[in-house]
Design a protein around this ligand. Structure first.
Ligand code: TYM
Length: 336
């Protein structure tokens, strides 16, 4: 098969509607990477991660399929990459237990995402704490080289590397040590209402985020309401003009224009035209994707074929690594 190709792995949680943060920080780069011949790519809908916080079962099922449809609609080619649903590959849950046993409590308690989320919910489940271990095995089971993610996942990637190295040192070489792949621009899209905070699918104010599936008029409205400042100058200055800098980042990642080009184009014009163009650039990118998502979701058989084929390949690769882990740890293989 593709033994000597570099491996890419990444995933998105179906825990809420996906935002343009997920799109620009992750998905758009996945699509770019698939065309670089040397990679063997695995993209997963991480449903087991989503249930670390309470999910309504019917909504979880709906979103899981919608995320898969968004992957395809955004341009991932089902003949080139492996798309699957995390819970269809049981090795993830099993390997997580094994790796859990060599993970320190302190390492997990230090994770920023755990600290943030555990402060937000009243009854904090153990899954929320163990979440990064599951993410680590997601990556390690495929002997992954590169993990394309947004900035907020960097700490989890560092932990993944530490856990892999510890396992390798204890039991001899088992895992490839993965590298993060974080884009220069778009790795941290900010909330439109509070541009000092990351845009998140779980933010309270809906004007703060744009969903990939937001209707065009909603997108235009949200951008026109985005917080800027009273300086009235389109300039990339994160410290003093975080709102404008965020909109410039969005425009730049969508159109390929550099910050200098954007500054020049809107010189002396205030914010109205600039904001209008940002809104239009997002609509131009997302509207065709939205139409495809609707088509794909209306063909459940097709989606089923995609995730069946994906799970077959993923199971094969993941089970190989899981068996290695079991053997090295000292578990007796079942009698045949
Ligand atoms: P999740 O579902 O929170 O986010 C999915 C991807 O979107 C990126 N992202 C952003 N990028 C830029 N700006 C933002 N505002 C923004 N918000 C989110 C995230 O960095 C991520 O790349 N733990 C992961 C899912 C996961 C995973 C994995 C990722 C599970 N197993 C294995 C990589 C490899 C998560 O919660 O992502």
């Amino acid at each position: 098969m593709s033994e000597n190709k570099k491996v890419i792995f990444s995933g998105i949680q179906p825990s809420g509607n996906l935002t343009i943060g997920n799109y620009l920080g992750a998905l758009k780069n996945w699509v770019k990477l698939q065309d670089e011949e040397e990679y063997d790519c695995y993209y997963c809908v991480v449903d087991l991660h989503a249930i670390t916080v309470k999910q309504e079962p019917a909504e979880l099922r709906r979103r899981t399929l919608e995320v898969l449809a968004i992957y395809i609609a955004a341009g991932l080619d089902v003949d080139k990459v492996t798309l699957f649903i995390q819970s269809h590959v049981k090795a993830h849950s099993e390997a997580q237990w094994l790796l859990n046993c060599s993970t320190y409590l302190g390492e997990l308690q230090r994770m920023t995402q755990f600290k943030d989320k555990s402060a937000k919910y009243s009854n904090v489940g153990a899954g929320l704490l163990n979440y990064p271990v599951l993410m680590a095995v997601d990556i390690l089971l495929y002997q992954t080289d590169l993990v394309p993610v947004g900035q907020d996942q960097k700490q989890h990637l560092e932990l993944t590397r530490d856990l892999a190295q510890r396992f390798n040192n204890t039991y001899s070489d088992t895992f490839k040590i993965p590298e993060p792949y974080i884009p220069k621009e778009g790795a941290k899209i900010m909330d439109l209402q509070d541009p000092t905070k990351k845009m998140s699918k779980s933010a309270e104010n809906p004007n703060g985020y744009i969903f990939i599936m937001d209707p065009p008029d909603v997108i235009r409205k949200k951008i026109s309401r985005a917080v800027t400042d009273s300086l009235g100058v389109v300039k990339y200055d994160v410290e003093n003009q975080p709102g404008v800098a965020n909109l410039m980042t969005i425009l730049s990642t969508l159109t390929g224009m550099s910050f200098e080009e954007i500054e020049k184009k809107y010189e002396g014009q205030g914010y109205a035209n600039f904001k209008k163009d940002v809104g239009e650039a997002i609509v131009a990118e997302l509207e065709p994707i939205q139409n495809k998502v609707k088509d794909i979701l209306s063909d459940k058989k097709y989606l089923e074929e995609v995730y069946k084929k994906g799970a077959e390949k993923a199971n094969y690769v993941a089970n190989k690594t899981l068996r290695k882990m079991q053997k090295k740890i000292g578990l007796i293989p079942p009698a045949r």
